[in-house]
Design a protein around this ligand. Structure first.
Ligand SMILES: [Zn+2]
Length: 79
């Protein structure tokens, strides 16, 4: 289960100014497949799992919506 899980389920217009191509933790490009026009299920994040601890660092309005970058995901896996 990755961060795309509920991407298309709920649209929250009040979180409308987030950029799904940018890591919500560090602001760098996250290389997400979905934002590159590829199917979200081909994104590395659809195969990655993130701990509650990692998810708790992501602003709630961005959780499950924007991909982490590889760097933050790496750091998350060593938590
Ligand atoms: Zn990052």
């Amino acid at each position: 289960m990755g961060v795309h899980t509920s991407k298309n389920d709920r649209k929250q217009p009040d979180a409308g100014n987030f950029d799904p191509s940018v890591c919500p933790l560090c602001g760098k490009a996250n290389g997400c497949a979905a934002t590159a026009g590829r199917p979200p299920e081909t994104c590395w994040c659809s195969r990655a799992t993130f701990s509650e601890k990692t998810l708790s660092r992501i602003p709630p309005e961005l959780r499950m919506r924007a991909c982490l970058c590889g760097e933050c995901a790496d750091r998350a896996s060593t938590d």
